[in-house]
Design a protein around this ligand. Sequence first.
Ligand code: NAD
Length: 490
Amino acid sequence: MTGCDGRMLIDGQLVEAAERRRYVKFSPATGQPLGDVADAGPADVRAAVGAARRAFDETDWSTNHAFRQRCLRQLQDALREEADHFRDVQIAEAGVTVGTSAGLVKNVTDGMSFMIDMAASYPYARSHGRSTGAQPVYERVVHKRPHGVAGLITAWNAPYLVNMWKLTPAIAAGNTAVLKASPLAPYTSTELGRVIVQKTDIPRGVVNILTSGDRAEIGEALTGDARVDMFSFTGSTKTGTRVMQRAAEGVRKVELELSGKSANILLDDADLDAALPFSGTMACMLSGQGCALPTRLLVHESLYGEVVDRLTDHFSAVRVGDPFDALTDVGPVISDEQRNRILALIADGIEGGARLLVGGGIAQVDDHLKGGSWIEPTLFADVAPDAVIAQREIFGPVLSVIKFSSDAEAVRIANGTEFGLAAYIQTRDPARAARLAMRLRAGAVGVNGAVPFTHPDVPFGGIRSSGLGRKNGVEGFEEYLQSMVLVTPA
Ligand code: NAD
C-alpha cells in the first residue's frame, strides 16, 4: 500500500520475516490487492519474545517511569503528525468510513494522555504502615510492578483503536510487548512500528510487532512461548477461550476483550426523535463490525409500530459505498468470508420467522467497488428473543427488533444471551434508567444516546462470554500491573 512497506518491528529494527515470506492483503472495498506484508513464522515469534524479554530483564524500562512517559509523549506527538496517514490506512485496510476513521484516530491519540499521565503519576508504591494486632509488628509497602513481557493479540475491526488501546497501557505500565496484528489489518500495526523506530526513543525490544497471513499459527507460537508473562487479547469468544486455555500453562494472566450482542432498550417514554437516529446509526457503524454496538433493539409494545416504520425509512436511506467518500454512511465488511457468514445468518433469520423489512442481500455499489465485500444494511422486525439472529454475534450491519411489554421482560431479554458487553437504555426518566441499568448484565450501559466505550479514563469491558478484565481507566492500567508486598520488621 502507498507509503507502507509492510515490515515488522523486532528488536528495534524494521524487518522482513525470517523466511522472507510475504502475504497479500486485499482491499475490502475493491477486492484488489493493497500490497504485501511480512508473513511471520514461529522463528519470528521467538526472536520478538527474546527481544522483549531482554528489554524487560536487562534495562530500566520497567522502573524508569519518567523516561517511559517521555517516550510515550513522543509517540503521541508523532501519531498526531501522521493522523491523516493513519486515518487513510484504517480506511484502506479495514473499510472504516472516512469520518469515523478520522474521529477514531483523533480520539484514541488524544486519549493516550490518560495512560501517559498514569505512567509517571501512578502510585507504584503504597505504604500500609505498621501492622496492628498480629505479632511481630512489620512495616508494609505494597508495590505495583509490571508483569514482564505482554503478548498483545488483536482483531481487525477499528485496528488503530484496538491496537493502541492495548499497546499504550501495556508499555506505560512498564511491560515490554509483542503485538500480533490481525492478518486482515496488518498495515496499521506495521506503520505503528515504523513510527516507533523513526520518531521515538522507545528502546529496542520494548515494542515488537508481528504480522502474518495465517490466522492462528503465530498466535499459537506466542501463547506457547513460556517467556511471555501475560496476554491481552481482543477478538472472538472462541479464540479468546483458546488463548485462555494456552495461558493456563504456566498460570499466566489473561485480559480478554471478546464478542457481544448488546441490547438497546427503548422504553415507552423514550424520545423517538433522538433515540431512533442513534439506534439506526449505531447498528450500522463500522458496517456493524463493532463488539459493543447495539444490535438488538428492544422496543416497548406501545411504540412498536411507529418505531418499525421509522426505522424502515432510516435503513432505506443509508448510503453504502466507497469508505473514502465523505457522503458514505456504511463501507464494506472486511472480507468475502465474513460477507458470506452474514448472508447465512440473514437467511437463518428469514427461515426462523423474523420479518425482513430492509436489505438482506449484497449491496449495489459503483463499478470500481464491485470486487469488494458488500452487505445491504438489514432490518429485521418481530425477532424472537431466542432466535439465532438475536443470540449470535453477526458482525455486520444487521439490526434485530424485538418487542417487549414490561421493564421486567426487557431486562430478561437483554440479559438472555451468553454475552454481557454493553447495553443501552432510551427513556425520558433518568431514575428509571439508573434502576434498570443496575439489573443489566453488562460491563457498560449508555443512556439516551451516550456511547459507553469511548472515554479513556473510565473502564470498559465485558462480563460472561464478552470478556475478562477491563481496558481504559485506572482499572485498565492496573491490568498490566501486579502486586508485591515488601515487609520489614518495624
Ligand atoms: P478472531 O478471534 O478471529 O481473531 C482475533 C485475533 O486472534 C487475530 O489476530 C487472530 O489472528 C488471532 N488468532 C486466531 N487464532 C488464534 C489462536 N489459536 N491463538 C492465538 N491467536 C489467534 O477475531 P476477529 O475476527 O479478528 O475479530 C472480531 C471479533 O473481535 C468479534 O467477535 C468482536 O466482537 C471482537 N472484538 C471485541 C472487542 C472488545 O473490546 N470486546 C473489540 C473489537 C473486536
